[in-house]
Design a protein around this ligand. Structure first.
Ligand SMILES: Cc1ncc(COP(=O)(O)O)c(C=O)c1O
Length: 401
């Protein structure tokens, strides 16, 4: 890149992930800044018509236009790629923008995909209401039922799409087994790694082909910006990059800069989220008005061993069913004071939500039942406050049941 240098690339060879999270991908301008520069510019000045033509032809690495080339966004892409050990990364305007870009780039009318029935609600809406309209066929299978995936494969199937652990019920997909199935049939395995982030799980190392991120969540870590990313081999990312260039669901440089700062603390934060969530999950499990707690870190979780074999820790998100109906769940949530009632997760601030009436409300009754979204289900994304204060606030919820 012209006029900016990569001061430390050499010293990062063989560096550990925690170091890459702080340092990878940084370039330094002639101003000698220490923190990453924020390039808030939509376009770039060319030296000459010859230079402009060369840049448009992709003959060098220099920037052209920020819909598809921006040094801050590139810095973010390279850092996230280093953490996921991916050859390439394409940043997008949101996590949904990442899923949409991947599907638009890789699918055509008449193709078929198999998606886990336990994915984020908007993913189902995007596939059913929009991709289906353009002739893409979609089947759903339970994350934990490999036989159902095997029998759903058709000659026109292109990829398997899973989210693990799932939102909000913390179901675990066996990434190695999914990769085996996908590759046996010449399909791609796509994993939404939003709940774990690369700090806890690296799907490519377990055999997946493509990773999706909502950077809005743990990569930001403080609930400030929307963003996303698609990662994989250069070959698989080529059409995604070209789609983002042509279609425009690009990441803003400002958001990329916030995510760069977020990545610097990712490993520390994920450890703290995981430690506190485990304590909260154990406490919830001991409460008389708890029906079930869904958290992969609990030894009572039916897939605890599987989760432990592919994640280094269990993350910050848990959900639980209380004894009672929707009105009891709403009373519980309304009684909490410290915890924020909001749809986001992955924030330093603990958040709480009633999935059936919010994040998953656009699913029909059958889809909700398939995904296990019952009226008495509550999701909590455990933040970075003192765990005693989080537990004290949840006690207010139990006190009104
Ligand atoms: C697992 C998962 N994937 C994707 C998304 C979509 O991300 P965004 O809100 O950044 O579009 C979400 C959002 O909550 C999510 O939880």
């Amino acid at each position: 890149m012209k006029k900016i240098t990569d001061p430390i690339a050499e010293s990062l060879k063989g560096a550990k992930s925690e170091t890459l999270a702080v340092r990878a991908g940084q370039v330094r301008t002639q101003a000698d800044e220490h923190s990453e520069a924020l390039f808030l510019t939509s376009s770039y000045v060319f030296d000459s018509c010859e230079d402009a033509a060369a840049r448009f032809a992709g003959e060098n690495d220099c920037s052209v236009y920020s819909r598809y080339t921006n040094p801050t966004v590139k810095n973010f892409e390279q850092r996230l790629a280093a953490l996921e050990e991916a050859e390439d990364c394409v940043a997008t305007s949101s996590g949904m923008g990442a899923i949409m870009s991947l599907c638009l780039a890789h699918l055509r009318s008449g193709d078929h995909i198999i998606c886990s029935s336990d994915v984020f609600g908007s993913t189902v809406i995007l596939l059913n209401n929009f991709f289906a309209k353009f002739g893409v066929e979609i089947s759903y299978a339970k994350l934990t039922d490999m036989d159902a995936w095997q029998s759903a494969i058709r000659p026109n199937t292109r990829f398997l799409f899973i989210e693990t652990p799932s939102n909000p019920l913390s179901q675990v997909g066996d990434i190695r087994a999914f990769a085996g199935l996908a590759h046996q049939h010449d399909l791609l395995l796509v994993v939404d790694n939003c709940f774990c982030s690369p700090a806890l799980q690296q799907p490519l190392a377990l055999g997946a082909d493509i990773i999706i991120h909502s950077a809005t969540k743990y990569i930001d870590g403080q609930g400030r910006c929307l963003g996303g990313a698609v990662l994989g081999s250069k070959q698989h990312m080529e059409s995604v990059r070209s789609l983002v260039r042509a279609g425009g669901p690009s990441l803003s440089p400002f958001n990329a800069w916030v995510f760069l700062k977020g990545l610097e603390t990712l490993y520390l934060r994920m450890r703290a989220h995981s430690d506190s969530a485990l304590l909260v999950a154990k406490w919830l499990e001991a409460q008389p008005n708890t029906e079930t707690v869904f958290y992969t870190g609990l030894t009572s979780h039916p897939q605890h061993q599987l989760a432990a074999s592919q994640q280094s820790q269990f993350g910050g998100v848990l959900s639980f069913r209380i004894v009672g109906d929707q009105s009891a769940a709403w009373r519980f949530i309304n009684a909490t004071k410290l915890i924020s009632l909001t749809a986001n997760l992955g924030d330093a601030k603990t958040t709480i939500v009633h999935p059936a009436s919010t994040t998953h409300s656009r699913l029909n009754e059958y889809e909700q039942a398939e995904a296990g979204i019952t009226d008495n289900l509550i999701r909590v994304a455990v933040g970075l406050e003192a765990v005693e204060d989080i537990i004290a606030d949840l006690s207010l919820g139990f006190s009104v049941l």
